[in-house]
Ligand binder design. Sequence first.
Ligand code: ZN
Ligand code: ZN
Length: 256
Amino acid sequence: MRFQIIESSSAGNCAFLDVHGVKLLIDAGIGPKKINSYLSSIGLTPRDIDAVFVTHEHIDHYRALRSLKNLPDIKIFANKLTAETIKYLDSDTKQLNWNTFETGLTFDFMGISVRSFSIPHDTSDAVGYSFSCGGTTLVWATDLGKVTHSVYDALHSADVLVLESNYCPVMLDNSPRPFALKQRIKNSHGHLSNSDAISALKNLNFSKLRKVFLAHISRQCNSVQHIAELLESSALPLSRIEIVAPCQSSSMFQDS
Ligand SMILES: [Zn+2]
Ligand SMILES: [Zn+2]
């Protein structure tokens, strides 16, 4: 398994996952040029991508999907409500090779066991994903207002975890954002704060977890420094936790 977050923040999210030669994107919420330039940096083009797994219909997760409309071999996976809403929001995505699934079911995609799980977020049917193959499981969980029991079930299964650490409550309160938006971010269908994310990590078993990426960081209402300071006083194993700065790629995770 090879995994790298191309970019992740409130402005856009897209990650690359290669499992035994099967090449996936998780979300496509950054500009197509950035995706192409990343793929080219690892010797690939969009034609090499087998599938895109979409979490939900916020623009920071599907912005580049329309650029794939002339590549019908790329399968676009989402649950039905998410697929229908994206097609409604951006009619250029109607011609994509959509493949819908039922949230919560596990299915096989080219030898990868894929499971989606519900996350509490203010969209029609937002999901996180778990991708398992050869004894390694990667779990993607961003854009969630709280860590529910079913989300914990997924997090506990992770060897590699992407978890959001979206905002610092003080920076959010002091930001010029409208009151209603601040409430939306903070409620149980919004986003995880830094302390929410760190509390969730404290409940996980780090003898299993090999790598954690803290991602989907708000550019306006958070900073890498804030998260780093909180982590330092958390007693978590810092060497296995990477804070993914907005607009920058993470390191590449590679097993064995
Ligand atoms: Zn988002
Ligand atoms: Zn969202």
